[in-house]
Design a protein around this ligand. Structure first.
Ligand code: NDP
Length: 283
């Protein structure tokens, strides 16, 4: 079974579009996303363009703050401060990675937690860890939405997450744990990775290494969620999982592209709508 991210993302986007219309009617509020891009990293330019296009399609306003020539620390802090203070802005997306010289942790921490629609502020990650999630990081939330849509049974399942980044691996492991999976997180110091991945009923891979998981590393009948997006020398995109050798063994698998990628965008917009709804409810 193919876990079709385009299809499930469209379902989420339809719900967001309806929510945006409801909020406008009930509270006279249109959600607005501020997108900040520093530097000229080509993939980030594409991601930011896709996110703004998707926002427009569901009726979410967006404004961009694009600085291809870079911004210094104090200028970026000042920009984030202005966006935090702007009542018309409900969500702030700081596109990562930041160019060298800028401290990502500091900049993420400078975003008001209630506007942190990426869910990466320590207050939001802490809430997730505490079991009281408010804003959940988009990519892990997208993985869970996909698994839920297709009916994966998580309770009691052996779940293995390859990767422990703040952006994907760590929050994804927490989300799986919250759903009563038995979770193992693997990383570069893990001894015998295959011994872990072969045990997984649910295998989620977010390592950023093209096709590092081959079919022989996957349990027969597993659910496989491939977060990786890697550009090959040929210019083609590949996931972290070797689709060809893994698909025949897996019960269900995400394609790359067309799996987790579209889900990430949809969850960002869901988070933006939720931020606007929370603010409207406080007024
Ligand atoms: P990071 O580079 O921040 O983290 C990678 C993680 O994988 C690290 O924890 C690292 O371990 C681990 N890792 C790397 N190589 C191995 C290996 N050989 N064996 C075991 N573990 C390994 O990446 P991100 O989490 O930001 O992203 C991961 C991938 O997901 C990338 O391809 C990225 O492009 C993609 N991505 C896709 C998104 C989407 O929307 N589909 C969104 C975000 C990311 P250690 O901690 O020990 O270094």
């Amino acid at each position: 079974m193919i876990l079709d991210g385009k299809l499930v993302a469209q379902k989420v986007l339809d719900e967001v579009r309806a929510g945006v219309a409801r909020l406008r009617e009930a509270a006279g509020v249109t959600p607005k996303l501020a997108v900040v891009l520093v530097g000229d990293f080509a993939p980030s330019q594409i991601y930011v363009g896709n996110k703004m296009k998707a926002a427009a399609a569901v009726g979410i306003l967006s404004e961009d703050h694009i600085h291809p020539g870079g911004l210094d620390r104090s200028a970026l802090l000042a920009l984030l401060g202005r966006l935090n203070a702007d009542p018309a802005v409900h969500g702030i997306l700081l596109q990562l990675p930041l160019p060298g010289g800028l401290d990502e942790s500091e900049m993420i921490g400078a975003i008001a937690p209630e506007k942190d629609v990426d869910g990466l502020h320590p207050a939001n990650l802490g809430a997730l860890l505490a079991g009281t999630p408010t804003v959940v990081p988009c990519t892990p939330a997208g993985c869970m939405e996909l698994l839920d849509h297709y009916g994966a049974k998580l309770e009691g399942a052996e779940a293995v997450v390859v990767g422990r980044s703040r952006l994907v691996g760590k929050p994804l492991a927490q989300l799986l744990l919250a759903r009563h999976a038995t979770v193992t997180t693997c990383h570069t110091r893990t001894r015998d990775l295959a011994a872990h991945t072969r045990r997984a009923d649910v295998l989620c891979v977010a390592a950023g290494r093209a096709r590092m998981i081959s079919g022989d590393m996957v349990k027969e009948g597993a659910w496989v969620v491939d977060v990786g997006i890697n550009r090959l020398e040929t210019g083609k995109l590949a996931g972290d999982v070797d689709f060809e050798s893994t698909a025949p063994r897996a019960h269900a698998i995400t394609p790359v592209p067309g799996g987790v990628g579209p889900m990430t965008v949809a969850m960002l917009l869901r988070n933006t709508l939720a931020a606007a709804e929370r603010r409207a409810a406080r007024r």
